[in-house]
Ligand binder design. Sequence first.
Ligand code: PLP
Length: 424
Amino acid sequence: MDANATTPLLPEVFEAMRPFWIEHFGNASSIHQQGQHARAAVDHARESVAELLHCRSSEIVFTSGGTESDNLALFGILQPFIASGEPAHLITTSSEHHAVLHAAEALRDRGVEVTFLGCTPQGLIEPEALRAALRPNTKLVSIMLANNETGVIQPVAELAAIAHEHGALFHTDAVQAAGKLPLDLSKSGELKNVDLLSISGHKMYAPQGTGILFCCRKVRLAPLFFGGSHERQRRPGTENVPGIVALGRASELATSWLTTNAGDPHLDSEMWVSNAPTNSPAHLAALRDRLETGLLNSVEDAGVNGAGPPRVCNTTNIYFDHVEAEALVIALDLKGLSVSGGSACQSGATEPSHVLTAMGLSPARASASVRFSLSRLTTAEEIDRALDIVPAAVARLRTLSPTWRQPSEALILPRPKTPDALVR
Ligand code: PLP
């Protein structure tokens, strides 16, 4: 249950890309038949991605993944201002993925003014906070669509409209939203004000090392690399034909999965599981809810981080107070269940998650938080197994915790030594 880290390659996606490793290994820039076959496959994949996003195929740039797409968006817009010496301001948030956060810091090192917006305790970015941060020289706003740790969905349509009102471009990291939420970038679509949007292949059942940047045709993007004229000069380099074909097929599957009958919204969560069509967004959300409710009912001192706002259908982030998430991740791994902890290893030290601390969680609670992220292949049986093993693992770890069951004692600070005590 760690699909936000990476998803399995779907068999249909593997089958689509396989011939391009073996029989049809042409370079899409070659004029001979092998090359033309590869070119046609790349063009077809571009159309499939454009259909998923409701945009033009010419607005799709294939990249090596979400990190590159985010960097291309931020540097592609701001690098020309750095080069010309014109003051430029970027607004992003403290709860972005490091692909945006660290790119923003690198831009700040190069002279771009950067504002990092905070979020509410539920993990939401408030439109008014964005409005207040905009300046006459704000060139770009970058706010993610769905958070990778909590699944919280930002009001991107509203945020992008505000950015446009002030003449700034808008980028969104949609790595954790693509294939989970409908994304409509057309003139009449919800995301019509989004100028740049990043996607990673390996979060939507395509291979690792593949990605997409949507770049609205009106936006001039400076390339990160220099070389050939591939991807309309926006991303030079021989195309990864098998990877692009896989992205195209994964997009087709996502388009059809997202439009699978959503079921009856009046049914309760348990009913959804049995009634929603299997392998639909509604079914996945019901499985997630069953896991979440089951865990909260069976484990005390536990709660959901980011509960309240809309969330993507596959993610829940739960704190289990008095447990080190790292220990829980290892204990569950030994039982065959993969999850992620609310902390990240930075320069050899385990730091509480920057996303959870930005939401105001104490370092202790952030370090006691675990992310469960389901995939389209997760079954009800797997949820039931998780409901067996997680509470047992939490209970076992709590018996080892110095703060469990004596929370009031743990909070009592040692009495300061009196001068008398010091003399004796
Ligand atoms: N953005 C978000 C929200 C992510 O979750 C990730 C990966 O976890 C990335 C960007 C980076 O994507 P990639 O692993 O394809 O470089």
